[in-house]
Ligand binder design. Structure first.
Ligand SMILES: Cc1cc2nc3c(=O)[nH]c(=O)nc-3n(C[C@H](O)[C@H](O)[C@H](O)COP(=O)(O)OP(=O)(O)OC[C@H]3O[C@@H](n4cnc5c(N)ncnc54)[C@H](O)[C@@H]3O)c2cc1C
Length: 155
């Protein structure tokens, strides 16, 4: 199956008077605060966030949502506590595309350099789908440890 419908941010973003991109995502600053708003942060699929300082922006993907979520949670707490926020940055970009029985293709960089194919790519994809994208165990210590914005999603 080839899915070409694309994705869109939640319509809840329309309740916030701020600039949005073509997919409905809210423009945010480096700390993930909605531009023009003092007390609203956006993250994951609803944030239009720069991943680096050379013009790349987060996509509506798990790899970005995980890191964006960690940073936004951290920065909301930082604002409440009156301590410095941690600017969001995620310069490393990868893709891993499952192609069924043939295997998978893993690429690195925004120019998508192929690094792994077939069984090697599939092994990585299986690891992503069965381990990486799942939330931590539902206990305070594991949840707080997993929320650290300094943990790289892709090392
Ligand atoms: C079919 C499909 C396949 C995908 N495959 C991939 C893939 O292979 N690789 C990849 O990287 N990404 C993939 N994605 C994208 C990935 O799932 C998203 O980028 C990621 O889940 C975004 O995380 P998020 O936390 O921002 O939002 P979500 O995971 O969408 O979480 C938002 C949460 O908010 C809840 N919510 C919504 N409205 C309200 C409300 N009013 N009150 C309270 N709660 C509310 C929702 O129920 C949901 O639990 C896929 C997405 C889809 C739909």
């Amino acid at each position: 199956m080839v899915w070409t419908t694309g994705v869109r941010a939640s319509s809840l973003t329309e309740q916030i008077p701020a600039e949005r991109d073509r997919q409905g995502r809210l423009h945010v600053d480096a700390n993930l605060k909605v531009i023009g708003q003092d007390d609203i942060f956006a993250t994951g699929d609803v944030a239009y966030a720069a991943t680096d300082d050379i013009g790349n922006f987060a996509l509506m993907t798990c790899q970005h949502a995980i890191s964006l979520g960690r940073h936004a949670g951290n920065n909301v707490a930082a604002q409440i506590l009156g301590v410095a926020p941690t600017p969001y940055s995620q310069p490393k970009y990868v893709t891993c595309l499952d192609l069924g029985a043939w295997g998978a293709v893993y690429t690195e960089g925004w120019d998508r350099q192929v690094k792994l194919v077939k069984e090697e790519g599939k092994s990585l994809k299986t690891q992503i789908n069965t381990q990486w994208i799942y939330p931590p165990a539902a206990d305070r210590t594991s949840a707080l440890a997993a929320a650290d914005p300094m943990i790289p999603v892709v090392a």
